[in-house]
Design a protein around this ligand. Structure first.
Ligand code: F1P
Length: 356
């Protein structure tokens, strides 16, 4: 029987709130175990690492960890840890290295952990959809979500569910009950939103013909803008870029035209220069999608499609709600270009490189 294009990806996007629910339920009952996932000596610096989607996940996870812990935290792609460890670890003590990988088998992330483990004072935590994967065996401890395994090559529900588990870990570790409480309301909200938004995205994509995609997000949303860019590249095989919003004003705006779709992930901070930027790209002929908690009247005038989350959640706990929308956008663009979102060209679900 011929497989329907994109069937796995669609299921994984639409049912991701179930994995959020399972993960929350499992780990809420095991908070003592979450507390144990931490170095015996307080770390001086925290590094998040991964490749591809898991690198973009690291960027957002690092912003969360920084905000709630006040520590020095950064995200570094795993290949940089292998080839430039001196730029990251030299001259400092007691690192916490959080290595993220859906498969737990990607060459660079496993190699990065192996490379630096004996050499520097590092405590390692693996975050993977699969218990027993190579990465989980290499690290001092691990965090495994529930129901985040995927059949599709591209990461969708695994991204949001792993991020949610990391947020739970941060909330428990930092003793932030307000953050933990807000995270627990995500599954109810996620299911409803996806149903409401799916048709809207499909109709919008089917009534336009875009050739260039831009995702803008700042603060904790920058990693999400990057991940949205990657989804578009992987599923639809089209040019796609991500920027901190005002960075787009410094050059990339020159390439905007009537076939450009700009998706703006609004953090909720009042930033008049960003609103002006949206107006400028619209005046240049681009279409603008707005995603955020609640839109101001003035911003409505500079957007073509609005996704109001109305979650009642603060800037960090509502993070994962932005992603199903951009995942569905990439999914429908992929189908409209005659691609199979489940099977991106030249890509496998695990990248194994003999040379690293
Ligand atoms: C990372 C990754 C994904 C990409 C594709 C290939 O995998 O590069 O970002 O979408 O699936 O693998 P992992 O280390 O998270 O398993």
């Amino acid at each position: 029987m011929v497989k329907e294009p994109g069937i796995y990806t669609r299921e994984e996007i639409l049912n991701q709130a179930q994995a959020w629910e399972k993960t929350l339920k499992y780990w809420i009952g095991r908070q003592k175990d979450l507390l144990k996932v931490y170095p015996p000596v307080e770390p001086q610096e925290v590094i998040f690492t991964g490749c591809g989607s898991s690198h973009y996940l690291s960027i957002t996870a690092a912003a969360n960890f920084r905000y709630f812990s006040g520590k020095n935290v950064r995200a570094v792609p795993s290949s940089e840890i292998i080839y430039f460890p001196e730029l990251i670890f030299e001259g400092k003590n007691n690192f916490l290295l959080v290595a993220i990988s859906r498969s737990g088998e990607t060459s660079e992330v496993c190699r990065a952990v192996e490379e630096v483990s004996g050499k520097y004072p590092i405590y390692t935590v693996a975050v993977s959809s699969y218990a027993g994967s190579l990465l989980t065996r290499q690290c001092n401890s691990s965090l495994i979500p529930v129901g985040a395994e995927e059949q599709s090559v591209v990461m969708t529900k695994s991204f949001t569910t792993i991020l949610l588990l990391i947020q739970m870990w941060i909330a428990v570790r930092m003793g932030n009950s307000r953050f933990l409480e807000q995270l627990q309301s995500l599954p109810t909200w996620g299911g409803r939103t996806l149903q409401d938004f799916q048709e809207k995205i499909k109709n919008f994509v089917q009534s336009h013909n875009f050739g260039q995609f831009v995702f803008l997000g700042g603060g904790p949303y920058y990693g999400l803008a990057c991940e949205s860019m990657l989804k578009m590249q992987e599923m639809a095989l089209v040019p796609s870029e991500a920027y901190y919003p005002l960075e787009f004003r410094h050059g990339p705006i020159s390439a905007v035209g009537s076939n450009t779709l700009v998706t703006y992930l609004d953090s909720g901070k009042v930033i008049p220069a960003e609103e002006k930027l949206l107006k400028e790209v619209k005046d240049l002929g681009a279409k603008v999608i707005w995603i955020g908690e609640k839109i101001d009247e003035s911003k409505k005038k500079v957007t073509d499609l609005i996704f109001e989350l109305s979650s009642g959640l603060e800037i960090f706990p509502r993070t994962i709600l932005y992603l199903p929308i951009t995942q569905l956008l990439a999914y429908y663009v992929s189908l409209s270009h005659g691609q199979d979102p489940d099977r991106p060209r030249y890509l496998s679900s695990v990248v194994k490189l003999d040379e690293v």
